[in-house]
Design a protein around this ligand. Sequence first.
Ligand code: TYD
Length: 134
Amino acid sequence: MKNLKIIEFDEIGKEGTGYLTAIESNISIPFGIKRVYYIYGVKNNISRGFHAHKKLEQILICISGSVKIKSTDGINEDMIELNTPTKGLYIGPFVWHEMYDFSDNAVLLVIASDYYDESDYIRNYSEFISYRKF
Ligand code: TYD
C-alpha cells in the first residue's frame, strides 16, 4: 500500500549487555523529526486511532510489548503487528489506521514530521474516502 511501509532499525549490542537503537532525523527515517509522543496504559479491549492525516508522516515503534495496527487506503487493507523495538511502521498521508490489541505494558512510540495540528486530521471515515487521492 502506498504511504505504508516497515522500516527496520539497527540493534547495537548483544545479549546480556543489552541493546541500543538510534533513530536519526532524515537518515534512518524519510523525514525530519518535529515531535515525539508515546501511547501507553491502553487496556487490551481498547482500539485507538480511527483517523488519517492530510500531510503528517509518522513512524510507529512498539518499544515495549506489542500492538496491532490495521491500515487502509480505502481499497487495500493491511494488518501489521509491532512487537520489537527494531521494527518501525511508516504511515504517510491518507492512510486510515487503527491501533488495537495492546499487550500489558505496551508502549507505542510515535515519531512525527510535524507539530500537533488538529486541522491535519481526518477523523470521519466517509470524509476520508471522499478525500482519497490514490
Ligand atoms: P489522538 O491523536 O486522537 O489519539 P489516538 O489516535 O491515539 O486515538 O489524540 C488524543 C488526544 O491527545 C487528543 O485530544 C489530541 C491530543 N494530542 C495532543 O495534544 N498532542 C499530540 O501530539 C497528539 C498526538 C494528541
